[in-house]
Design a protein around this ligand. Structure first.
Ligand SMILES: Cc1cc2nc3c(=O)[nH]c(=O)nc-3n(C[C@H](O)[C@H](O)[C@H](O)COP(=O)(O)OP(=O)(O)OC[C@H]3O[C@@H](n4cnc5c(N)ncnc54)[C@H](O)[C@@H]3O)c2cc1C
Length: 400
């Protein structure tokens, strides 16, 4: 016994790790929150990531599309802030975002979609997206001559919509945050959250406990599990989304916008030498399914060839196609802000397919809420989790 005590007296004493804010998840959203907290002077921040590298969640699977063409004011406002931010990202953050303002072109084939696009366009202009324009079938053909337009009635085009490199944006946010003092622990799984008197006390991880009063849940499609660890409910469900790149294809222009065929939801853009094909299968059911289903290729190619006949000649290698997870909420809007029953727990979840494009705004709003309790960027209460119980759901119909 005496020799044991002697040994212990020489072991280094390691106090429990502490942080002012713990962010769970280092994808594009957690990284943006870390950056925006640091920008506002809060640098005693620890980001926890269970993977050995950043970007293994949905961020690394994204199509990288950014657009202001949404239906609801709050999504338009978040896009406006975010796209303006992407345009100056390289200068402000000091790392490249690879923002390409190639535009988004929505094409309507019936009167209902036409009226819907016109209504959205007016709302977008009201909220400061002044460059979105109405476009005729003749002008659509000038942009993508290979498009079949015999049933297209018109569309909307916004030239500042476009694409970013999600991995690069995520790394830029995190590298900048780390330069300010934020810590990132990779290979560290959050295994539990201790709550005392309805307040956050400790985050338990595979690397030991971390004492903190504030936790930001940025765990993407896994966010409901994290909320559950603290005894909170979060209506976020994973939904598989699949993308198919073609082999090099030069029968479409080198540069053209994201084109959305509203009759089927099929959309596509250029990705390097090939074309990236996307379509939301309405038969997909919720679950943590990340395997690519090869039967999807025939379905998507049917929609592709119907709208862009030359795409029937595009080669596809199923091994280059991939699947990832959307984090869906019941009203397809993100959930921001404090958990009602656990003081110190904040959500920034449920982007329903828009987490990359809204990452600048969501990081800014979350930093504002954590540090000041409110944000001037948007009325964040609209996006609080309590909206579901209080019957304040929003409905975003411009989902891709
Ligand atoms: C195929 C596809 C295409 C998409 N296209 C677009 C698009 O064009 N534009 C757009 O804006 N959005 C798009 N999205 C959506 C976008 O990718 C997501 O909304 C966004 O990446 C969410 O970022 P995140 O940081 O919240 O989540 P993630 O990137 O998933 O990060 C969450 C992180 O939390 C970590 N984590 C989870 N649980 C734990 C735990 N217990 N302990 C520690 N760490 C944990 C995970 O490992 C992960 O790294 C697309 C998504 C998919 C799948």
């Amino acid at each position: 016994m005496a020799s044991l005590l002697f040994l212990f007296s020489f072991l280094p004493f390691r106090p429990m790790e502490t942080a002012d804010v713990v962010i769970i998840g280092s994808g594009i959203v957690g990284s943006s929150v870390a950056y925006h907290l640091a920008q506002q002077g809060c640098t005693n921040v620890l980001v926890l990531e269970r993977e050995a590298h950043q970007g293994k969640g949905s961020t690394g699977k994204s199509m990288g599309g950014v657009r202001a063409q949404f239906a609801t004011p709050v999504n338009i406002q978040m896009s406006k802030y975010s796209i303006d931010f992407f345009a100056k990202f390289d200068e402000v953050v000091g790392h490249p975002a690879d923002y390409r303002a190639h535009g988004y072109l929505f094409c309507a084939t019936n009167d209902k979609h036409l009226a819907y696009l016109k209504g959205n366009m007016e709302r977008q202009q009201t909220f400061g997206v002044t460059n979105v324009e109405w476009i005729s079938p003749d002008d659509i053909v000038k942009i993508v001559p290979q498009l079949r337009v015999d049933d297209i009635l018109g569309g909307t085009f916004c030239p500042t919509d476009g694409f970013v490199d999600p991995h690069s944006v995520m790394m830029g946010f995190m590298l900048n945050a780390r330069e300010q003092g934020v810590r990132l622990w990779l290979d560290t799984e959050v295994t539990g959250i201790e709550v005392e008197n309805d307040r956050i006390k400790t985050v338990n991880t595979s690397r030991g406990p971390v004492s903190t009063k504030t936790v930001v849940n940025a765990a993407g499609a896994w966010a409901a599990q994290i909320a559950g660890m603290a005894g909170a409910e979060l209506p976020v469900e994973p939904l598989r989304r699949q993308l198919v790149p073609t082999e090099p294809f030069d029968q479409l222009p080198q540069r053209f916008p994201m084109v959305i065929d509203m009759s089927t939801g099929f959309h596509f853009r250029r990705e390097g030498k090939g074309i990236l094909l996307a379509w939301n299968d309405p038969k997909e059911t919720p679950g943590f399914k990340t395997e690519f289903d090869t039967s999807f290729i025939e379905k998507i190619l049917t929609h592709a060839a119907s709208r862009v006949p030359v795409l029937a000649e595009a080669g596809v290698n199923p091994r280059r196609a991939w699947a990832g997870l959307y984090e869906m909420t019941p009203d397809h809007h993100a959930i921001f802000g404090p958990a009602p029953n656990v003081a110190g727990l904040y959500f920034v979840n449920g982007f329903s397919g828009h987490g990359v494009m809204h990452s600048p705004a969501s990081g800014r709003v979350t930093a504002d809420l954590v540090l000041k309790g409110k944000s001037e960027l948007i009325d964040a209460h609209q996006l609080s989790v309590t909206r579901f119980a209080e019957g304040r759901s929003l409905e975003e119909t411009a989902i891709l």
